[in-house]
Every structure is written in structure tokens, then in C-alpha cells.
Design a protein around this ligand. Structure first.
Ligand SMILES: NC(=O)c1ccc[n+]([C@@H]2O[C@H](COP(=O)([O-])OP(=O)(O)OC[C@H]3O[C@@H](n4cnc5c(N)ncnc54)[C@H](OP(=O)(O)O)[C@@H]3O)[C@@H](O)[C@H]2O)c1
Length: 309
């Protein structure tokens, strides 16, 4: 499906003939927790770019609808910054929030008008004239592919969105939507980590390989719980990750997790959730590690607690 090519040495991936992203993506969900001033955020973005991490992942709802706006501030400081990055954002979740006092529950909305208004709000918040990649955040039982096609067609025609994708979809949901679209869906952003192997079991990883789709992996470090083991599974994983780290000469267990993700043939793009530049550097440096098949399976076995059949 997606016309994917990997450019060796550049750590970049072409998701289509008009969208290239960095192999490592920086996630903005926790941006408000980092307490950056606009100038500090500007510097952080520049440091990411210097490491080759040029793609930034957002969603309308992050930080109770505030993260996009915060990210838009440094883009005002220097207009050239926007030209050096790719912006991914998402729509479709209507969150319970003080900003929307009439809302009584959290729910999903993929009506055409809502998708369009959400993209336009993201453009305003991010201080940009285009979204490089726009994702539907989660599948919904009420999603009508024709409605999505109408919205995507308009946003694309007006130059507001360059490429489209989905998040947390299963293969049949991806295909049902794709059937109605003129544009190819270029990625599916799903949770993948040694802590969460569900997409190896639900057919998604095989689907990515079959369709030549590079998936984006959210919470690659299980949201940080890898550093604070609580359960038996956590402890098994910590032990295995430390053992493999020793064998690979890696200083950090996060390097081993990234190397584990990079080894998979679907060309997984991890979304690093840290706001600390040294932790993003760790992810970049993990691209140099080569993990054996045996080490890869050792980590899987530590996760599941049982040998493969
Ligand atoms: N599509 C979806 O449904 C979906 C869902 C969730 C997330 N996402 C995307 O995925 C991105 C990444 O998710 P995530 O933030 O959960 O990723 P993550 O990388 O698994 O977790 C990040 C957390 O781990 C902590 N951490 C990282 N390295 C550490 C270390 N060496 N020691 C201690 N703590 C460490 C970070 O703290 P520090 O900041 O202190 O380093 C941060 O709190 C998000 O920003 C968002 O863009 C998408």
C-alpha cells in the first residue's frame, strides 16, 4: 500500500511519495508536564532536529486541549522552524473537559464536519498552514467511512492536510476505511513495546508487513513503568532487558527496548515520550545496536512468561 522506502544512514522513512518522517518520533502528550518556557521549547525542538528527530506527534486533546497551542508558540519565534519539522496530529476523541461544560461523557466523533473543524482548530493552535499527517485517534462503532472520506477529501484539496492515517485500528477497520478513500492511509499508530505485545497477536503486525506500512509505536517504554517495576512481569522484563543490555554493551535498558523495536521487519517508528533531550539521544543511539534473534525472543518470553510453542 504505502510506497515506503528506507533511506539508509539518514534515519528517515518515506511513508508515501510526499511524506517523509524521522525514524524516531517525538511525542508531545506530556508537553505541559515538562514546564518549558516558549524559548526552552524552541531550543528543545532545535535539539531534536539536530539529532535527526524532526517529526512531532500531537493530538487535539493532549494536555486538556492545550499541548498543540503550547507547541505553536515557538513556531511563532522563527518561521524557518516549521520548515524543518513534520507535524502529526489526531482527531476524533471528544474529551470531558471544563472547556466543554455541556459534554456529559467522553466519546468519539467522526462526522465530516467535526473532523474538518478539529483539523482547522489544530492548524490555528499549532500556528501552521498545514498538518503533515492527520490521524483518526481511535476506531469508533459509529464511524462511517463516507463521512471520513468527505472530510479527508476537503482537507487535502484545500492543502490543510498532506497525508492521512489512523491510530489504534485493527486490520479489518483499516481496510474498511481505506476502501472509501482516494488517498492511501500511510500509517497506523498503535501501542507496541515489550510490555504490550497485543499487535503481534491481533494480526496487525502481519498486516503492516503485507501492506508495507510502517507503524508508529506509542508508549514504547510503557509510559515509564519500565523504570519502576511493580509486577512479576515487570521484574522478569527488567532482568531480561538488563541481561541483553550487558550483552550489547548498552548503558540503558531503554536502548535495548528501542533496539528490540527497530529489529522488527515492519520498520516500527517509536514515539519517544520523554521531554529530556538525553533520553531522546539514547533512542537515536539505539539505532546502532544490533540485537540477535535469540535476544529478541528472550525479551518476548520475559514478557509473556512462557516459551514459544
Ligand atoms: N495514539 C494513541 O492512542 C497514543 C496513546 C498514548 C501516547 N501516544 C503518543 O505516544 C507518545 C509516547 O507515549 P509515552 O509518553 O507513554 O511514551 P514512553 O516513552 O513509553 O513514556 C514516557 C515516560 O517515560 C519516562 N521515562 C523515559 N525514560 C525514562 C528513564 N530513563 N527513567 C525514568 N523515566 C523515564 C518519561 O519521563 P521524562 O519525561 O522525565 O523522561 C515519560 O514520563 C506520546 O507523547 C503521544 O504522542 C499516542
Amino acid at each position: 500500500m504505502a510506497d515506503k522506502q528506507i533511506m539508509p544512514g539518514l534515519n528517515r522513512v518515506a511513508l508515501s511519495d510526499r511524506l517523509e518522517v524521522s525514524r524516531i518520533i517525538q511525542g508531545q502528550m506530556r508537553l505541559l508536564e515538562w514546564g518549558f518556557s516558549n524559548q526552552e521549547l524552541f531550543q528543545f525542538i532545535e535539539e531534536c532536529i539536530a539529532l535527526g528527530v524532526t517529526t512531532f506527534d500531537h493530538a487535539d486533546i493532549y494536555g486538556d486541549y492545550e499541548c498543540e497551542r503550547k507547541f505553536g508558540e515557538p513556531l511563532k519565534l522563527d518561521s524557518s522552524l516549521r520548515e524543518n519539522i513534520e507535524i502529526v496530529t489526531k482527531c476524533g476523541i471528544r474529551l470531558l473537559s471544563d472547556k466543554f461544560p455541556d459534554r456529559t461523557i467522553k466519546y468519539y466523533d467522526y462526522n465530516s464536519n467535526y473532523i474538518i473543524s478539529s483539523a482547522e482548530a489544530s492548524l490555528r493552535n499549532l500556528n501552521t498552514d498545514r498538518i503533515d499527517l492527520f490521524l483518526l485517534h481511535r476506531p469508533s462503532p459509529l464511524l462511517e467511512p463516507e463521512e471520513v472520506a468527505k472530510a479527508f477529501g476537503k482537507l487535502h484539496k484545500e492543502g490543510k492536510v498532506l497525508s492521512f492515517g489512523v491510530s489504534n485500528f485493527l486490520p479489518h477497520q483499516f481496510e474498511a476505511l481505506q476502501k472509501h478513500l482516494d488517498e492511501k492511509l500511510v500509517t497506523n499508530q498503535v501501542e507496541i513495546s515489550p510490555y504490550n505485545l497485543e499487535h503481534f497477536d491481533n494480526g496487525n503486525m502481519d498486516f503492516f508487513l503485507k501492506e508495507n506500512i510502517s507503524p508508529m509505536a506509542w508508549s514504547p517504554l510503557a509510559g515509564g513503568s519500565v523504570f519502576n517495576p511493580q509486577t512479576e512481569k515487570d521484574r522478569r522484563l527488567e532482568l531480561a532487558l538488563k541481561e541483553v543490555a550487558g550483552q550489547l554493551g548498552a548503558e540503558h535498558i531503554d536502548s535495548v527496548i528501542y533496539a528490540w523495536l527497530f529489529k522488527h521487519p515492519a520498520n516500527i517508528l517509536p514515539i519517544v515520550g520523554s521531554g529530556k533531550i538525553e533520553r531522546i539521544r539514547t533512542a537515536v543511539e539505539a539505532l546502532k545496536l544490533t540485537m540477535s534473534d535469540e535476544q529478541w525472543f528472550k525479551i518476548c518470553v520475559a514478557s509473556t512468561g512462557k516459551s514459544v510453542a
